[in-house]
Design a binder for this molecule. Structure first.
Ligand code: PRP
Length: 210
């Protein structure tokens, strides 16, 4: 049992795409894709045990050692700065973190800028580097509503297709950072299970599309 490598996958479409890469790499565990409400799946022959976890929680499982490795978005890693190793850019779940505002918005640098976001740490770091004084309004979702209702002047959020911005008459005014899914490892597991983790990392890396 304890020989198995524990892998935290992010629940949802991205996680399914990532699992397909693991499967092609030789770490299959067919029960993972069976649906239903089960959260833990094992394939002792391949030495793997998968968990489905909330995407924003993967880094916590890995940091605390409940999972040896996992897959987390770069947005989560930048925001929470978990004490983990980042092993590989998986090249999937690509999107960008950007500043957006209502069309025609012009910043008045003499006033504090109100920024609504789920990513307070990334936002604070980005504007600190520019020396811009801001007031962060921390929201948990539907961030795009904030500038429309006058709660904030701009937002700092994930943009994937750009549809959410377009459909709400908002536009990107600055790029903050490109985002994609990363393979991460617990620090102790990396040290003590180095060979197995490296073997998996290169096999999964070989499945990248570009
Ligand atoms: C994310 C993000 C944007 C949207 C971007 O929201 O916060 O709202 O997706 O994708 P798009 O550019 O393809 O439209 P999510 O669906 O996670 O919901 P929430 O932030 O409102 O909870």
């Amino acid at each position: 049992m304890s020989e198995m490598l524990s892998i935290a996958l992010p629940k949802g479409r991205l996680g399914e795409k990532v699992y397909a890469m693991f499967e092609k790499a030789g770490y299959e565990c067919p029960a993972v894709m069976e649906g239903g409400r089960r959260l833990i799946f094992e394939n002792p022959e391949k030495g793997v045990r998968y968990f489905w976890v909330k995407p924003s929680d993967v880094a916590i499982y890995v940091e605390r050692g409940a999972a040896d490795i996992g897959v987390a978005g770069k947005d989560i890693l930048l925001e929470y700065e978990p004490d983990i190793y980042e092993l590989l850019d998986l090249g999937v779940g690509k999107c960008r973190m950007a500043i957006a505002a209502k069309k025609g918005f012009v910043d008045d640098p003499s006033r504090t800028l109100r920024v609504a976001t789920k990513f307070a740490n990334i936002t604070a770091g980005y504007y600190a580097k520019k020396g811009r004084d801001i007031d962060i309004i921390h929201l948990n979702g539907s961030i795009e509503l904030a500038p429309i209702l006058g709660l904030s002047s701009v937002i700092c959020d994930i943009v994937e297709t750009g549809n959410t911005l377009r459909e709400n008459d908002l536009e990107v005014i600055e790029e903050v950072v490109p985002i994609s899914a990363r393979l991460i490892a617990n620090r102790a597991a990396y040290k003590f299970r180095y060979e197995k983790i490296m073997e998996l990392t290169s096999a999964v890396g070989a499945q990248k599309e570009n």
